[in-house]
Design a protein around this ligand. Structure first.
Ligand code: COS
Length: 385
């Protein structure tokens, strides 16, 4: 389908595709097997200006928008969702600064993020606060000109690899979600250490670690926006970044389709390629139709966001929900089309199926997306009355 991309968007797509094909595809199985973070690939993406795609030009980025970021994420995800998770989580961690940071904070941090010199991680989740994001326990107490952080963040993408962290912590425990605030914390701050590195089912090229804060003192200036804004900043950050998870879904689904067709054309059974059987053709047709529907939704929501849509919480959740459920189905079908070979590590689709699973879970499970969508629908009807 022709999405009427501009010449510039096509250039970005081709650039991301080139990086993916040249740098990621040859090593993705090894990164997966060895649970290894792709430091060199992240550097190469920085050199190709992909890290600063969504960062305004005045802060050293390319000044592109959500659709361009989605296009890049899609291409990288086609090759490896582990790598695209590290890439997209960098944007997730940057959004609190981009959306709510002061000019000074932006000048201090964004240029290094734009060049890929410093990676970012977003710290919201804790052992007892995943779907229930407002249940965080990490505290930040003001003491003179510093905030003192105490607590542990869990399952943080880019964990130990990042150098800049946007962290949500409670400045007033008694106020619930309204008592949360957001902060920037830099690697190397005394009292800030790392816990265990997770051993995951998929996206094994991405690094997932605990962040431990023990009387970690940060300057007062590292508060993002105002005290009490932390939960809203986290929700707005997720509204902005969930569309990117949708783009990951579209990418891995397309990657699985391409791999399975390539294989099935050459697989001879009953004297003919298995692509000549209608049973296989119908699976392939459904896979592409569903992926195209997901792509159309992701692109149209991204375009609405880029055109200044104010409230895109529901739309972004819908794109994430639909595209990632599609990715799980399509990657599972790709394994089925390839049969026994699809199940073997010799081919990339078994990894794609393992990788796709996380997309239904992180940045809010797809059950949480349904909550976000339904509550917004109900609120809209109440407003109309
Ligand atoms: N934008 C702006 N404000 C929002 C918002 C959004 N998208 N979502 C919620 N809020 C506001 C609400 O309006 C409410 O404000 P008031 O207290 O002024 O009324 C406040 O935030 C609390 O909202 P709510 O009561 O709906 O919060 P809940 O604790 O019930 O949580 C969900 C709502 C489930 C949507 C939220 O916790 C969530 O998204 N959880 C998933 C988190 C997640 O993605 N975790 C994955 C790890 S992060 S990578």
């Amino acid at each position: 389908m022709d999405y009427m991309l501009t010449e510039e968007q096509i250039m970005i797509r081709d650039l991301a595709r080139q990086v993916a094909e040249e740098k990621i595809v040859p090593v993705r199985a090894e990164l997966d097997e060895q649970n290894k973070f792709p430091t060199d690939i992240m550097k190469a993406m920085g050199q190709a200006d992909l890290m600063g795609l969504f960062i305004p030009e005045e802060y050293g980025g390319l000044g592109k928008k959500v659709l361009e970021l989605c296009i890049a994420v899609e291409e990288i995800s086609k090759a490896c969702v582990g790598v695209s998770t590290s890439y997209a989580a960098n944007a997730l961690g940057t959004y609190p600064l981009l959306l709510y940071g002061t000019d000074e904070q932006k000048k201090k941090y964004l240029p290094d993020i734009a060049t890929g010199k410093r990676l970012v991680a977003f710290g919201l989740t804790e052992a007892n606060a995943g779907s229930d994001a407002s249940g965080i326990q990490t505290t930040a107490k003001l003491d003179g000109n510093e905030y003192v952080l105490n607590g542990t963040k869990q399952w943080i993408t880019n964990g130990i690899e990042a150098e800049i962290y946007t962290i949500v912590a409670l400045t007033n425990r008694s106020k619930g979600p309204r008592g949360a605030s957001a902060f920037v914390v830099e690697k190397g701050t005394p009292g800030f250490t790392f816990g265990k590195k997770e051993n995951k089912m998929g996206i094994r090229a991405s690094s997932t670690t605990e962040l431990i804060f023990s009387d970690c003192r940060i300057p007062k200036e590292n508060l993002i926006a105002k005290e009490g804004m932390g939960f809203i900043i986290a929700m707005k950050t997720l509204d902005s970044s969930r569309i990117g998870v949708g783009a990951q879904g579209v990418g891995v689904a397309q990657g699985a389709i391409d791999e399975s067709i390539r294989f099935a054309k050459g697989r001879i059974q009953f004297g003919q390629p298995v692509t000549s059987f209608q049973a296989v053709q119908h699976i392939l047709a459904d896979m592409q139709t569903q992926t195209e529907a997901a792509r159309a939704l992701v692109y149209s929501v991204a375009r609405a966001m880029d055109s200044g849509a104010k409230d895109f919480s529901r739309a972004s959740a819908m794109a994430k929900l639909f595209a990632t459920d599609t990715a799980m189905k399509v990657t599972t079908d790709a394994v089925q089309v390839m049969g026994g070979s699809g199940y073997m590590k010799e081919y990339p689709v078994e990894k794609m199926m393992r990788d796709a699973k996380i997309l239904q879970i992180y940045e809010g499970t797809n059950q949480i997306q349904r909550n976000v969508i339904a509550l917004d629908m109900i609120r809209e009807v109440s407003r109309q009355k």
